[in-house]
Design a protein around this ligand. Structure first.
Ligand SMILES: NC(=O)c1ccc[n+]([C@@H]2O[C@H](COP(=O)([O-])OP(=O)(O)OC[C@H]3O[C@@H](n4cnc5c(N)ncnc54)[C@H](O)[C@@H]3O)[C@@H](O)[C@H]2O)c1
Length: 394
């Protein structure tokens, strides 16, 4: 079985998810298409990288990510750094002929994402952007229902991503609140997952009309090298820095196929944790998904007898997408780690079988184009047409 050496760059939150997936994938999907191996990890200092190698199970570590790019033994570069370094790393990795998986959003702007797309196309390497939520079996099942015509022509997509970790104004000024690092706020951080759902399930988005708000305009500056997200509270007398990204976005959507829709994303919705949802209405039925109940897809079929009509709950299991690799009975629990395991399975399979994998940098770029259009619409207070890349997303 072919071994694929992975060099992971960035050793924070996502490093844990990706490393777990690399280690766990062959235990789920056996025989594995190839064996990903945790070869080398990089962070901004050698100490951080050394700790990460011990914690996450890598053979080698470095305080300089170029060591991964220059290492001829590395087959896959896995980018899990904040958004401002995705482009530089991906372009260097492509030039070195490495296959690349990058966390989302692909870049801070569409222009930056385009440089990455051009680099991977020129190099002819495999590329993937880590919108892992579409790998939740219930989401893949919704796609199957739609493609089979079970709910007919889609009329409306209504998506949300609501969290509350930044609702407290004393949660620190994470890089996620700084435009030069993040590109945008709730939009890039969580809203883009819903944009990915919309494109995956319904089709290309052609026009947007948006509103954005920044509720907390300054936050306590962090001390120490590690980003604290919103889980650690600072005391009120810590010096503050400016938040220059959106806390909340709402947008109306028009799709190429005539459907309409809306997306809301905020990290300031008290009581909501990972309220990532979609409800899709078609001419013959409806579908509803909420990641907080990630095993379940709710389905409604209009041709059910009138006295039996109502949403029913399908618990995903062996009969559903990716069921062969997951657990032997439905409703044992689909977790965040499972979606990442499926993601790396699909990526490694594409490398081993020399096929395309989705969502890739084409999708990542197009989602950045849509994000730019959302911000432009909110600023100019008018509908904005989305420039379309000719992508081959299934
Ligand atoms: N798919 C998802 O569900 C999901 C969830 C969270 C984050 N993300 C994305 O993952 C990426 C990383 O987010 P995170 O939450 O893991 O961030 P984090 O702040 O927890 O970790 C980032 C790590 O990268 C390191 N780093 C920064 N610059 C570096 C550089 N130049 N070289 C090497 N290491 C560097 C930092 O020191 C830190 O250890 C972001 O793009 C984010 O949007 C995706």
């Amino acid at each position: 079985m072919k071994k694929l050496n992975v060099g992971l760059i960035g050793a924070g939150f996502m490093a844990k998810a990706h490393s777990l997936a690399i280690a766990g994938m062959p235990m789920y999907f056996w025989p594995a298409p190839a064996l990903p191996h945790r070869k080398m990890v990089a962070d901004i200092t050698e100490d951080l990288a050394k700790d990460a190698a011990a914690r996450l199970g890598y053979d080698q570590y470095t305080g300089n990510w170029m060591d991964i790019i220059n290492n001829p033994e590395i087959d896959i570069v896995d980018i899990v750094t904040p958004n401002d370094s995705h482009a530089e790393i991906a372009i260097a990795a492509a030039k070195a002929g490495k296959h690349i998986i990058s966390e989302k959003p692909l870049a801070r702007t569409a222009a930056e994402a385009k440089t990455m797309l051009d680099a991977v196309n020129e190099a002819g390497v495999k590329h993937m952007v880590a919108f892992n939520y579409r790998r939740t079996p219930a989401v893949a099942l919704a796609k199957k229902y739609i493609e089979e015509g079970a709910i007919g022509k889609v009329l409306n997509f209504r998506g949300t991503y609501l969290q509350d970790w930044s609702a407290d104004p004393n949660s620190p000024l994470s890089w996620r609140f700084q435009k030069d690092i993040a590109g945008s706020g709730a939009l890039g951080d969580i809203g883009t997952h819903v944009v990915d759902f919309a494109r995956y399930l319904v089709g290309e988005i052609t026009e947007v009309m948006a509103e954005t708000q920044t509720w907390v305009k300054e936050r306590p500056i962090q001390t120490g090298g590690v980003d604290k997200l919103g889980t650690v509270k600072s005391s009120a007398d810590v010096p503050k820095g400016i938040v220059d990204v959106d806390d909340e976005i709402m947008t109306l959507l028009k799709f190429e196929n005539g459907a309409v829709g809306s997306i809301e994303a905020t990290r300031n919705a008290f009581g909501r944790n990972n309220f990532l949802t979609f409800e899709i209405h078609g001419e013959k039925g409806s579908l509803y998904f909420n990641y907080e109940r990630s095993d379940e897809l709710q389905v409604f079929f209009a041709d059910d007898p009138a006295d039996r009509r109502g949403f029913r709950t399908v618990y995903t299991g062996p009969a559903h997408p990716y069921g062969e690799g997951l657990w032997p009975i439905p409703a044992l629990g689909i977790g965040y780690g499972d979606t990442k395991i499926i993601e790396i399975y699909d990526f490694v399979k594409a490398i081993a079988e020399d096929t395309n994998v989705y969502p890739n940098f084409d999708d990542g770029y197009q989602i950045c184009v849509i994000s730019d259009a959302i911000l432009e619409s909110a600023q100019n207070r008018q509908w904005v047409k989305v420039n379309k890349l000719q992508v081959t997303t299934p």
